[in-house]
Ligand binder design. Sequence first.
Ligand SMILES: NC(=O)c1ccc[n+]([C@@H]2O[C@H](COP(=O)([O-])OP(=O)(O)OC[C@H]3O[C@@H](n4cnc5c(N)ncnc54)[C@H](OP(=O)(O)O)[C@@H]3O)[C@@H](O)[C@H]2O)c1
Length: 284
Amino acid sequence: MAQSSPILLIGATGMLGRAFVPLLRERGELLTPRRDAIDLTSPSSIRAAVRSMRPAVIINCAAWTDVDGAEANEAAATVVNADSVRELALAASDTGAPLLTFGTDYVFSGVATSPYRADEPRAPLNAYGRSKARGEEHLESTRDCQWLHIRTSWLYAPWGKNFVRTIAGLLRTKPSISVVHDQRGRPTSSEHLAQTSLALLDKGATGHWHATDGGECTWFEFAQEIGRLTGAPGLVNPCTSEQFPRPAKRPAYSVLDLSRTEAMIGAREDWKTNLARVASRLEA
Ligand SMILES: NC(=O)c1ccc[n+]([C@@H]2O[C@H](COP(=O)([O-])OP(=O)(O)OC[C@H]3O[C@@H](n4cnc5c(N)ncnc54)[C@H](OP(=O)(O)O)[C@@H]3O)[C@@H](O)[C@H]2O)c1
């Protein structure tokens, strides 16, 4: 990977995509096409676009990520999260370029009480999870494609739309907020995920893998730590998912097992350590 270029990064404007850009620029020529060059709502155009770019590696950070919006638009979410992944895998087969693409903890039902291994059966609770699960099935049925699919969870960064920036803003302006305390998972720094993903790619990992920060917490505990680190004056109170209804159902427990990832590239840093690195430089 270190010598392979050009690298094609799809979704470079997104939260995770932005984290990849500086790391990939160090590795050689980087292509970051915008939507008008590669539009995932038009999967049939993807192969021709990728073929003309002749990438040595394809990294796909683009996706339909509006979890609640997917409930009323499942077909459209499935085109972006599944049909386009199938086309990217076919384009990767055509060009011989390895494909790195991302998945979600929401492909699991959330009824487990210990971390989900990468090979456990999928049972998504919501439309977004179903669309991503369909994309996983397409990868599994693509021949001659060297794909690395990394499931992650609760992503945040100093930029983009994410829980950390939202909560930090609310705690600056409101005396108190309520945050659900009955959903458990693993926060993940996008910058940490980009580094972890490249380490797995460099080691030649293929198939389904998990990459998150270490440790686990509820959204309430995550919000409390954001308040502590940013020094924002608002209070965080716990509530239940029933008290905070959303269009899409969320899994109660979505901790992803990291043991195989950590055996290959070493222990992942704890979420609190990574959050502290990001909390001091949140974009306004
Ligand atoms: N965010 C999370 O908490 C989370 C959790 C688990 C897994 N993931 C997965 O992690 C990956 C990265 O997520 P993220 O949060 O970084 O995403 P994001 O910030 O929402 O960015 C999405 C990216 O996809 C691009 N995009 C969307 N629709 C497109 C289309 N039709 N054609 C071309 N590009 C399109 C966007 O481009 P524009 O700038 O043009 O809109 C943007 O660059 C995704 O696979 C996501 O499913 C995310």
